[in-house]
Design a binder for this molecule. Structure first.
Ligand SMILES: Cc1cc2nc3c(=O)[nH]c(=O)nc-3n(C[C@H](O)[C@H](O)[C@H](O)COP(=O)(O)OP(=O)(O)OC[C@H]3O[C@@H](n4cnc5c(N)ncnc54)[C@H](O)[C@@H]3O)c2cc1C
Length: 379
């Protein structure tokens, strides 16, 4: 068993291979010198507190896996081998592709100083730079951009978030976006809606230019403009396209003996559903387990998709179970959005529901139960 990528999916799949009874060799190829680490705390805790650096490890203890820390540079699916940057050629019976994604960068060729947040090293660099920064521009108002802006606000640094869409609107829809934008503003996070793509200005980067001619500058500019699946090493295999590596519900790719999971993948559409990426934590865990079972030729351990997602904005945790994006108004809203404590539900045309705990301490299991309950239609 060969797992390429030593992060959430890689460690989950390796552990699950053992749980399912695999006693043969497991090799993991990783690219980060410090080993596997959990990414959600990078934008929530690590930017604020150096002590958080030590709480991120994803351990491989007791698994008896061989770990090679040198990135995979190519794969030969006919001979079933993967080659690493340090020249090793590793043979496999089954391969699990778990190379995740990199931050999408906006800098022009040769333009220096763009900051992104994907790795522990990125987070440490950014935390250090925030120590003597008077203002920050964040490009991108998705969950990552809003978390970075929230960390700036928590440190008393004025942050301006720039995007063509309103904060979190693409994934959470208009209703929650409006609430979150208002809450962020009350915490000193300014939002500037652009009419199109922002470009980075200065070398090193010191601002952004918007399509309407507006130019904004700040001490620090952080790009949170999405991610790019890490598939370069799969060149020539036919496994990867623009959205990453296509998989089915069993995490099987189109190549025999090759499985894939997590942020490097997209779920192939089936005529009724389009291709879909879901690069979130709980989905990576569910797919890591599914890929391990499939690699062993065993039935699926559970649903291969998990649609639990959470984020933190301006000191408030938002937990969501169910399909996204959330269109229209919620069907029910017990609690108070203004007080930052509400439980919202949306019911979709296909009979499924989405439950959202907005600032409420609600166990995920309870949210799952609520999302599974038939609800009145959303207005
Ligand atoms: C800052 C941040 C905050 C997040 N917060 C949340 C959150 O609050 N909620 C949520 O649901 N999700 C969150 N996510 C998303 C979540 O962390 C990802 O979905 C998850 O990390 C995906 O796991 P993965 O193992 O598929 O990929 P990754 O975590 O991207 O790991 C892939 C690994 O493969 C390695 N690799 C890449 N190329 C190669 C190669 N050629 N050879 C060997 N190794 C290679 C990489 O170095 C990396 O270690 C966050 C992500 C980030 C970056």
């Amino acid at each position: 068993m060969l797992v390429v990528g030593e992060s959430l999916v890689g460690t989950t799949a390796a552990r699950h291979l053992r749980t399912l009874g695999h006693t043969g060799p497991i090799t993991i190829i990783g690219a980060e010198g410090h080993g596997a680490c959990s990414r959600p705390p990078l934008s929530k805790a690590v930017l604020k507190d150096p002590a958080a650096d030590h709480t991120l490890g994803l351990a491989l203890d007791g698994l008896g896996a061989d770990v090679i820390r040198s990135p995979a540079v190519s794969a030969d699916i006919r001979r079933r081998t993967v080659t690493t940057a340090d020249g090793r050629q590793v043979a496999y019976g089954a391969l699990i592709v778990a190379t995740g994604a990199d931050a999408r960068r906006l800098a022009a060729h040769g333009q220096r100083g763009e900051l992104v947040l994907r790795t522990l090293d990125d987070a440490r660099l950014l935390r250090g730079r925030l120590a003597d920064t008077g203002s920050v521009i964040v490009v991108g108002a998705g969950f990552l951009g809003m978390e970075v802006a929230s960390a700036c606000a928590a440190r008393g640094i004025p942050a301006t978030v720039v995007d063509a869409d309103r904060p979190l609107q693409r994934i959470l829809g208009d209703h929650l976006s409006a609430e979150i934008t208002a809450r962020a503003a009350a915490h000193g996070i300014r939002f500037v809606q652009a009419t199109g793509f922002a470009t980075l200005t200065g070398d090193p980067v010191s601002g952004v230019a918007l399509p309407d001619g507006t130019e904004l500058t700040a001490d620090l500019v952080v790009t949170c403009a999405g991610e790019v699946p890490c598939t370069g090493w799969l060149g020539g295999t036919g496994l990867a396209g623009r959205l990453g590596v296509g998989i089915d519900h069993a995490c099987a790719t189109t190549v025999p003996g090759v499985f894939a999971a997590g942020a490097v993948t997209y779920l192939r559409g089936d005529g009724t559903r389009p291709d879909r990426r879901a690069p979130f934590w709980s989905n990576a865990v569910a797919q890591g387990r599914a890929a391990a079972a499939s690699a062993l030729g065993l039935p699926q351990p559970g649903p291969p998709q998990d649609d639990y997602f959470w984020t933190e904005v301006a000191g408030l945790t938002v937990k969501i179970v169910g399909r996204l994006p959330l269109l229209g108004e919620p069907a029910t809203v017990p609690g108070s959005m203004a007080d930052g404590r509400a439980l919202l539900t949306w019911s979709h045309a296909d009979g499924t529901s989405t439950a959202v705990a907005y600032g409420l301490r609600k166990p995920v299991a309870a949210l799952r139960a609520l999302a599974a309950t038939p609800l009145p239609p959303s207005p």
